[in-house]
Design a protein around this ligand. Structure first.
Ligand code: ADP
Ligand code: MG
Length: 496
């Protein structure tokens, strides 16, 4: 009989008044890639910490690793049994080098310094080679981008002879290209017989790499499924307990007047000969691989860069956009992919962020800003988008990702756009908040705004858009209607 590498029986964990885990039974097989999904606070990290020996589970819980009962479990014993965790904060030593971080176990060995140094480098080189990855061994970890720090953390796990690697939300701050690289690394670990438990918010990733997926909700395991037997929508509804299958049906908007008409737009090296319309009340999806030119196109539509040729017309009038101010005046607003850099000033208050784009409009006849008016406007957007805030004067950094995203949305909506460009609006946002953002998008469309939704999540496009454009290498290569093509078929063509 094959027994699982890891088995939990009736694992519970209470933190004061919070039952973080409620009688969880679960197992992970040797060498399997297993995804653990669930909304914020459902207990995923707590589960991982129990397996890693960080938290003791409550009395009555059972935990077996390699067929042996292992409770009580200390972190060092979990480590010796082959459990490695890449925590969200990565737990690296930022001031140490790549080699020192990977070979950190040697720091406590009896080896003399020069020998230890050489050995660390050897171990680090070997671990990187196993991942077919190259990093400068002497670079200070603090100087590396997040994606590479993550690779250092994975190498450290490899050097410690991991049998089961937990990755706690490893992709939340990565670009699509970095995610792909990480998924390739997961595949390599698996090929070596190392099991990987991958915690992710992004259901498309789950479906891409895992063999099984476990869904948690409110501290309970809702179920574990072979990935082939569930789709993203089903997982989402298990996570939330909501019926998301009742998602929006694409509408035929071809009779509505075009609000944004783009013709033969070209910018050397970025996109070429792009033509399309966004109609009044329409949600038009724009999908494709990272690097297909979608964001570059959006930047030209928002006046941030100048196209070399072609035209942009808003509500029938050709416009020449020299700045984002021009674009805002013409009626185009843009919610950037990188909300933290382009969309929000995290240290400023929620009110300041919300009203920044419309300050001119709020100034009175004498050029004075009416504070009352400003507050009132900010509050009305908070209400309208159901943004949960501790107070208008608090910094935006105090909000959750989903609520920050709504603040960005409100900031641009306050400019009263005819056309709203949303670039990957739900990246890093959990399922329930994603649903909320989709609802706002539909509501805006119903009010007559034309929406261009850029997203590489095909499921998201299908759930929200009336029509989809597929962009590849700077060109629109396909136009589809959700329902007219299947999600899988489109995905296959995108990744082909
Ligand atoms: N150390 C702790 N002390 C008190 N409560 C905690 C602690 N760790 C987690 N919790 C609570 O347990 C629940 C599950 O949290 P967590 O495991 O972090 O969820 P997830 O990783 O799925 O977002 C939450 O309600 C959280 O607030
Ligand atoms: Mg967590």
């Amino acid at each position: 009989m094959i027994h699982p590498f890891l088995r939990l029986t009736g694992v519970s964990k209470r933190f004061g008044g919070v039952l973080a885990l409620d009688h969880v039974d679960w197992d992970v097989m040797r060498g399997e890639v297993h995804c653990l999904v669930g909304e914020n606070g459902c207990g995923k990290s707590t589960l991982i910490k129990i397996v890693a020996g960080v938290h003791p589970p409550d009395a009555g819980s059972g935990l077996q690793i390699g067929g042996e009962d292992v409770l009580p479990l200390s972190p060092s014993r979990a480590h010796a049994l082959g459990i490695q965790v890449i925590f969200q904060d990565l737990s690296l030593f930022p001031n140490l080098s790549v080699a020192e971080n990977i070979g950190i176990d040697l720091a406590l060995s009896g080896l003399a310094r020069p020998a230890r140094f050489a050995e660390m480098r050897r171990i680090a080189r070997a671990a990187l080679a196993r991942l077919a990855f190259d990093l400068p061994l002497d670079a200070r970890v603090a100087d590396l981008p997040v994606a590479e720090r993550q690779i250092v953390a994975i190498c450290r796990g490899l050097a410690a002879e991991a049998k089961l690697v937990f990755m706690d939300e490893p992709t939340s701050s990565l670009t699509r290209a970095e995610v792909n690289r990480l998924l390739a690394i997961v595949a390599r670990l698996k090929a070596e017989g190392i099991a990987v438990v991958f915690v992710s918010h992004r259901l498309d990733e789950v479906v891409e790499i895992a063999e099984r997926v476990t869904v948690m909700r409110d501290g309970r395991r809702v179920g574990t499924f072979p990935v082939a037997e569930v789709n993203e929508r089903r997982i989402a509804s298990l996570m939330t307990g909501l019926d998301i299958s009742a998602s929006i049906v694409a509408r035929d908007m071809s009779a509505a007047p075009p609000l944004l008409a783009v013709r033969n737009l070209t910018r050397e090296g970025e996109f070429s000969d792009v033509s399309f319309d966004v109609r009044r009340g329409e949600v038009l999806g724009l999908t494709g691989l990272l690097g297909a030119g979608r964001t570059e196109l959006a930047l030209s539509l928002f006046g941030m860069t100048r196209p070399d040729s072609g035209t942009i017309a808003i509500a029938g009038n050709v416009v020449h956009l020299r700045s984002n101010q021009d674009a805002l005046r013409a009626g185009i607003a843009y919610v950037s992919e990188d909300r933290l850099n382009l969309g929000l000033n995290l240290r400023q208050s929620i009110e300041d962020n919300l009203t920044l784009a419309v300050l001119d409009r709020l100034r009175g006849a004498l050029g004075l800003l009416s504070t009352a008016k400003r507050k009132q406007m900010a509050q009305s957007w908070i209400d309208r988008l159901s943004i949960k805030i501790p107070g208008l004067d608090r910094p935006v950094s105090t909000l959750s990702g989903g609520n920050q995203q709504r603040v960005v949305l409100a900031k641009w909506l306050a400019t009263g756009p005819k056309v709203l460009i949303l670039d990957s609006p739900t990246v890093g946002v959990d399922i329930k908040n994603k649903q909320g953002i989709y609802e706002v998008v539909r509501q805006l469309a119903d009010e007559g705004v034309g929406i261009l939704l850029i997203s590489d999540e095909v499921g998201e496009i299908f759930a929200t858009c009336d029509r989809v454009l597929h962009m590849r290498a700077g060109r629109i290569v396909e136009e589809a209607v959700p329902g007219g093509v299947s999600e899988d078929a489109l995905k296959e063509r995108i990744y082909a």
